[in-house]
Design a binder for this molecule. Sequence first.
Ligand code: COA
Length: 161
Amino acid sequence: MKTAIYPGTFDPVTNGHLDILKRAASVFDTVYIAVAKNMHKNPLFTTAERINMIRQCIGDFHNVKVNQFDGLAVEYAKKLGATVIIRGLRAISDFDYEFQMALMNRHMNAEIDTVFFMPHENYTYLSSSTVREIVRFNGDVSEFVPEIVKNELIRKLRSDR
Ligand code: COA
């Protein structure tokens, strides 16, 4: 049984993340989405809100679970018995950061490898902060996030205007 974790901030989850997840879930027996608290990124959504949105978006995946984690991704992977960390590569510009993180993670735990998936080309220029920005200025993000995420963004970003 091959178990993998897919760590990230997911503030919020986008169709790009879900695309990576679909690919990973078809390769590994179990994929744990590991939502990093990542308070230094000052997330718009609380950890519980981010998890809740992901849970509502992954109804079709029978082998995916979602939880929060704090601390090192390799430690969390080890705790779950996972030997793989999943990451997405959207463009060459992701490579430097991901390469450094993958090698550092492998240095810390040689039994855990990072496996990269490339999302559908429609999502190569997508990021959570872009989506937040578009909603903040009343743009439409229907192509980029599931309906429930769009509604949560609108509620959060436009409610106090
Ligand atoms: N589709 C859309 N957007 C994507 C994406 C995809 N497939 N893949 C990445 N992104 C975007 C995210 O939306 C996010 O956008 P934003 O910065 O505009 O909000 C950005 O790319 C990076 O996000 P994410 O993949 O969530 O990575 P991260 O840098 O926020 O998180 C962790 C990285 C949490 C995995 C990493 O910091 C970690 O493992 N932390 C724990 C401590 C640790 O072990 N550190 C490593 C030591 S070497």
